[in-house]
Design a protein around this ligand. Structure first.
Ligand SMILES: [Zn+2]
Length: 198
């Protein structure tokens, strides 16, 4: 998980997020169906622009595993860090939204206050995680506080950072990078892994 510098919210979202959040909270209270959520794609400013803005912050990488969400195996989604069913009023709040791959999105409605948020001020990979270079897995950094280790563990579990073949994918990406002409790191997946593996 890379640190993310959050850019300012799109103006149209800044204007509307509270109103849309209230509307969604009412609808959800009635239906209890997360699937009835909409990004208002019929309006002029819509999901595509939102995705574009979120993708610019991560250079098109998933905010959590740092894979490229664009593709057949791993479609992109917009992740509500605080789930839209548990925190409906925050469903359109800019700093609650992240570009996310379909695999990390399996987190679903799970949430824990200890979950690491990649754009929070004090977040830094090494303060929470270490890498097991044999398996490619992320592990809590035992050199850090018990609280930091717990937060790392919860984040690994909820975003399934060691599931879905991700550890193997990370090792393969590093090997490809080592064999390549090593162009711009932003063109590669799992940048936090490659940067520490060389
Ligand atoms: Zn992901």
């Amino acid at each position: 998980m890379n640190k993310i510098e959050r850019t300012p919210a799109p103006q149209w979202l800044e204007k509307k997020w509270e109103e849309w959040g209230k509307r969604w909270a009412q609808r959800y209270a009635k239906t209890q169906l997360g699937s009835s959520f909409t990004w208002y794609t019929n309006q002029k400013k819509s999901r595509p622009e939102l995705v574009e803005k979120l993708a610019a912050m991560t250079k098109n990488h998933c905010s959590f595993c740092d894979a490229f969400p664009m593709g057949r195996r791993i479609p992109y989604t917009i992740e509500h860090f605080r789930p839209k069913t548990k925190f409906p009023l925050l469903a359109y709040k800019w700093n609650n939204l992240f570009l996310c791959c379909g695999l990390c999105q399996q987190k679903g409605d799970a949430f824990d206050e200890q979950l690491l948020k990649p754009d929070e001020d004090e977040y830094h990979f090494d303060h929470y995680f270490v890498i097991n270079w044999d398996s490619g897995e992320l592990m809590p950094n035992e050199g850090q506080s018990a609280d930091n280790q717990m937060r790392a563990q919860i984040t690994i579990q909820l975003y399934r950072l060691n599931a879905n073949g991700k550890p193997e994918d990370r090792l393969e990406e590093l090997n490809r990078w080592l064999d390549s002409a090593k162009p711009n790191i932003d063109e590669w997946a799992y940048r936090f892994f490659i940067e520490r593996g060389v």
